[in-house]
Design a protein around this ligand. Structure first.
Ligand code: SF4
Length: 233
């Protein structure tokens, strides 16, 4: 996957996919792409604003948010994989956060060659703030009905999984790649899927994009699960 060095990951030019003024002449997929790009632009712009206000860079904020949602210490390779940054960038960011007193580094108990990176108390507080950077989008999401949100989430899952397969975005701990996911195990009900981890049925609106209990399914199981998931609309 191509990664941008931190200093290149700044705001991008407005209208990255061109104007939508002739929307009626554009195919639907192009208009959807344009809409997603606008939301992405707003999200990046807010991240830069918030980060600057806290004396952080956006990547430092992303690392704090990533560490804040873990149950255990992270290795540098975890950060590289989750945020699609280079090892050199991850190392520089962690060094900067450690100098600010927001992260702590120690030798990993399970691998003496690896670092175990954790949040300090101040880092945890900052991570909690950072996790709210995208909350401004909630008001927009809440204008969708529950049914629209469920359809939107299912569409996002399909897009993210496709981009993951092409190595275009970091791996997400999604239901559709989890060994505990049983799609359409309860057909013709409002909660057709089953999570074998908690042994409970659930519907599309409860699909997870980043579940702490996720365990990656073996390739053959993942393929079967995916085919079953997309078979039923
Ligand atoms: S463990 Fe999490 S990711 Fe896996 S199926 Fe259950 S809810 Fe989904």
């Amino acid at each position: 996957m191509t990664s941008l060095p931190e200093e290149q990951a700044g705001p991008v030019a407005n209208e990255p996919f061109g104007s939508d003024t002739a929307a009626a002449d554009r195919p639907l997929d192009r208009r959807l792409l344009n809409g997603l790009a606008k939301i992405g632009l707003a999200s990046r712009h807010r991240a830069w604003q918030e980060a600057e206000g806290r004396g952080l860079t956006p990547t430092q904020g992303q690392v704090l948010a990533f560490l804040g949602q873990r149950r255990d210490a992270a290795r540098l390779s975890d950060i590289v994989e989750a945020l699609a940054v280079t090892p050199a960038t991850a190392s520089l960011v962690v060094d900067a956060l450690t100098r600010k007193g927001l992260t702590a580094k120690a030798r990993s108990a399970s691998d003496a060659r690896a670092l175990a990176i954790t949040l300090t108390e101040a880092g945890q507080r900052e991570a909690d703030r950072t996790a709210g950077w995208s909350d401004f989008l909630l008001a927009a999401v809440d204008t969708l009905t529950p049914a629209e949100q469920g359809i939107f989430l299912r569409g996002l899952v399909k897009m993210i999984r496709t981009l993951q397969e092409k190595d275009e975005i970091p791996i997400s701990r999604m239901c559709v790649t989890c060994q505990y996911f049983r799609p359409n195990a309860h057909p013709e009900t409002s909660r057709p899927h089953h999570c074998a981890f908690v042994d409970a049925p659930f519907g599309d609106p409860d699909l997870r994009l980043d579940c702490l209990d996720h365990e990656a399914a073996p390739t053959d199981q993942a393929e079967r699960v995916w085919e079953e998931f997309i078979r039923a609309q």
